[in-house]
Design a protein around this ligand. Structure first.
Ligand SMILES: Cc1cc2nc3c(=O)[nH]c(=O)nc-3n(C[C@H](O)[C@H](O)[C@H](O)COP(=O)(O)OP(=O)(O)OC[C@H]3O[C@@H](n4cnc5c(N)ncnc54)[C@H](O)[C@@H]3O)c2cc1C
Length: 310
């Protein structure tokens, strides 16, 4: 029997959460839809109920509250630059947002959807027929990871470009579900398991991304990809130096979750880079080889640290 298809468009967060609980296990929130709908049409995500949250005004606000900047989850990547405070205090976030996809996509793609976008792998992001021909993979219907031949772990890569910068800036996120609102560190939602890369409750709405205004940061962002537009990342790095001397190295695109190394500007910089390389579980599931991405990671991190020290 074909499941009945549903499309719902709540106008408040409470209504969205209610719909989510009504259709638990068979729904998906849609913000800009540039990630989730592609996965749905490729057959990677089989869901009957779409809950379109794009009409919820509460999720579109950008505001300053004491020493915090709240960026509503529905803020589009394109519109981030309209906010002077973001340009003034967090220019690296604008650079990262401008590196996502293409101009057209950035007009609908949201920052919330970006930090929650699905992991990718060259053996997973293919048409249904392609995947069927290779017997599917661990992330979707199969029982083996095509990239490694293993049966236990999926190494689909974390591809959000804004998340590494946000994590380097100490971002927190505000999540709301039926039990109320909670604020957690952005990096804490990523599991490192390529099959289920995030541990956010399924029915929770991401309300705000929160950045600290009482600390100043200098951030260097870099991204490796075959073409300068449209292509997803093969490697993203964000290295920050805060006004209190903390250094944070964040690597995306080379592991199922963002790899984060904390240190200080007076610490052993070479050691931090070695740690980032050791922690990144890079496998051959990308346009570029594993070796090339690891070599580039070392180079990007060295260059970033040197630029920060200048
Ligand atoms: C051709 C192409 C190129 C791309 N290139 C890049 C790239 O270079 N870098 C990159 O990072 N991404 C890229 N993307 C992926 C995507 O466009 C972006 O990640 C985008 O920011 C996703 O935002 P969205 O609003 O469209 O998310 P959606 O597709 O609407 O949602 C993504 C996920 O987040 C969940 N979600 C969204 N908002 C909320 C919320 N407020 N609360 C709870 N759950 C929510 C959805 O349920 C879904 O699971 C590309 C996509 C395409 C099609």
């Amino acid at each position: 029997m074909i499941a009945e298809k549903k499309y719902l468009k709540p106008s408040t967060i409470a209504e969205a959460i209610k719909f989510a609980n009504d259709f638990i296990d068979d729904f998906c929130f849609v913000a800009g839809g540039t990630d989730v709908l592609v996965n749905k049409f490729q057959g990677n995500k089989d869901i009957s109920c779409l809950i379109d949250i794009s009409n919820i005004p509460e999720l579109k606000k950008v505001s300053v509250l004491k020493d915090k900047l709240n960026i509503g989850a529905l803020t589009t990547l394109e519109s981030l630059k309209q906010h002077d405070i973001i340009e003034e205090r967090f220019p690296a976030l604008l650079i990262a947002a401008q590196e996502v996809a293409s101009p057209m996509l950035r007009k609908t793609a949201t920052i919330g959807g970006n930090v929650l976008c699905e992991n990718r792998c060259s053996f997973y992001n293919q048409s249904e027929w392609w995947r069927e021909a290779i017997g599917y993979c661990l992330k979707c219907e199969g029982d083996i990871c095509i990239a490694t031949g293993g049966k236990k772990a999926c190494f689909s890569k974390f591809v959000s470009d804004t998340a590494p910068v946000l994590i380097s800036l100490g971002a927190k996120i505000e999540l709301m579900d039926i039990n109320g609102c909670k604020t957690v560190d952005l990096e804490s939602i990523y599991t490192g398991d390529g099959i289920k890369p995030r541990n956010v409750p399924e029915t929770a709405i991401l309300k705000n991304i929160i950045l600290p205004l009482d600390i100043h940061f200098k951030v260097i962002f870099k991204k490796l990809r075959p073409r300068q537009a449209v292509d997803f990342t093969s490697l993203t790095t964000a290295v920050s130096l805060s006004s209190n001397g903390n250094l944070r190295l964040v690597v995306g695109g080379c592991d199922p979750k963002p790899v984060v190394i904390d240190g200080s500007i007076d610490g052993n910089l070479e050691e931090y880079i070695k740690k980032a390389l050791a922690k990144s579980r890079v496998v051959d599931n990308d346009y570029y080889s594993r070796k090339y991405r690891r070599d580039m990671m070392k180079l990007f991190l060295e260059e970033s640290v040197n630029e920060l020290l200048k």
